[in-house]
Design a protein around this ligand. Structure first.
Ligand code: TRP
Ligand code: SF4
Length: 405
């Protein structure tokens, strides 16, 4: 994915601390992160404040959930050498940005986010008519904007939150990106590109602003990106100037949609803790074996001699994730002709899941035995994240008149 070139190749994503992760998280999120961490500058964090928005009455389990989840990330292969791993509340800059953004956030924007009413309905037993819960998407916006990230890998359910993040960034830049002498400063910065490039830049800008020529915009952005003798401040000014806005202080991030998790639960529904249909990454081999052996199958196969239909069987969904063409063929034929029994059919799935989990569990055991290591990874990651967050915050404070020198 080609991210906005002026927002570099940083990505940010967070996960609420739900404790032990399962195969749904692994196939739906973690494998994606593990791939991304080698091509992008990644910030992955545990959203413990977000957990508090819904669990403020009983926060005691959160800490253990944070450590359990971090161990699972590490065990799955999210690497502290490739990505910055941290805990949200250890980077208080998120909170300051959240506060500052709250000043310019219209209440209606938050009330209109679909998850606001949905979750209140769904979690009826909890009183979610709180200030913190209303601010959930704004806190998420701060999580992303504090790193000036270009992309946010998330599932479909989070798209509305990225959308409001973009709107907040736009509003912020609109309000604070126009210094009093913006036009003069931008014109002076253009000159620094040299005569030829300056002329080209201005004509591309005109093409974009007057005719909406998207390609001209992209060429101009690339041109700007390649300039060596303009300062960071001028560069931001010019990216904004190019698009007819002020200085872009907080770039708008893009949602990087993770393809829908293809990992079904043991009962064929989506794998989720609340459906009690999960295989946890740290389930021991006996538990995994038992869970798969007791999975429901095509209800038409009452007796071993009854033929079945893979399409209506949750086990078949597992074969789609784990088995090659050869095994799938064997299942299709064996099931429809009653040539194989359901336990026969499940064995290759059991073997494949155990094979997948073995190295993960081996690493998890190492981290479990060395909790200090996990703590120091989180502490170092949090410090690293703070350094990046402080840079943004400094600019934000300046833009909002809070720089006090
Ligand atoms: N709301 C996200 C979820 O429930 C978690 C989250 C918090 C997040 N802050 C974020 C995701 C920032 C991406 C970026 O899954
Ligand atoms: Fe399902 Fe396999 Fe049994 Fe067919 S043989 S019903 S696919 S478990």
């Amino acid at each position: 994915m080609n991210l906005n070139n002026h927002s570099n190749n940083r990505i940010v994503s967070g996960m609420r601390p739900t404790g032990h992760l399962h195969l749904g998280h692994y196939h739906g999120v973690l494998k994606n992160w593990i791939e991304l961490q080698h091509s992008y500058e990644c910030y992955f964090f545990v959203a413990d404040w977000h957990a508090l928005t819904t669990h403020y009455e009983a926060p005691h389990g959160i800490e253990q959930n944070v450590w359990d989840m971090l161990v699972d990330w590490l065990a799955a292969g999210v690497s502290p050498h490739a990505a910055t791993l941290f805990i949200q509340s250890r980077v208080p800059e998120h909170a300051e940005l959240h506060l500052l953004l709250s000043m310019l956030t219209p209440l209606g924007w938050l009330e209109r986010v679909p998850t606001y009413k949905d979750q209140q309905e769904k979690l009826r037993e909890k009183d979610l008519a709180t200030y913190g819960f209303l601010g959930y998407p704004l806190l998420q916006s701060a999580d992303v904007l504090i790193y000036r990230a270009g992309g946010v890998p998330v599932g479909e359910d989070q798209v509305a939150h990225i959308e409001i993040t973009r709107e907040i960034a736009r509003r912020f830049n609109h309000l604070y990106g126009r210094e009093p002498d913006f036009e003069e400063k931008a014109a002076a910065a253009v000159k620094k590109m040299g005569k030829k490039n300056a002329k080209l830049f201005m004509s591309l800008r005109r093409k974009y602003l007057e005719q909406g020529d998207q390609e001209a915009l992209e060429v101009a952005q690339a041109l700007l990106e390649s300039q060596q003798n303009i300062s960071v401040g001028d560069r931001k000014r010019l990216f904004g100037y190019l698009e007819g806005s002020g200085k872009i202080i907080l770039p708008e991030p893009q949602a990087m949609l993770t393809r829908a998790a293809k990992m079904p639960g043991l009962d064929g529904q989506k794998m989720s803790k609340s459906y009690e249909n999960t295989i946890a990454l740290r389930d021991d081999p006996d538990t995994v074996t038992r869970k798969i052996r007791t999975m429901p199958t095509d209800p038409a196969r009452v007796r071993r001699t009854d033929p079945g239909e893979p399409e209506v069987c949750p086990v078949w969904q597992f074969h789609l994730v784990y088995s090659d063409e050869h095994v799938r063929q064997w299942v299709q034929e064996g099931c429809r002709s009653a040539g194989i029994g359901c336990l026969d059919c499940k064995q290759p799935v059991i073997d494949a899941v155990l094979r997948e989990l073995a190295p993960i569990q081996e690493r998890a055991a190492e981290y479990e035995q060395d909790p200090d290591l996990v703590r120091s990874i989180a502490a170092e990651g949090s410090e690293q994240a703070r350094a990046a967050a402080r840079d943004t915050l400094e600019e934000v404070r300046k833009a909002m008149g809070l720089a006090y020198k």
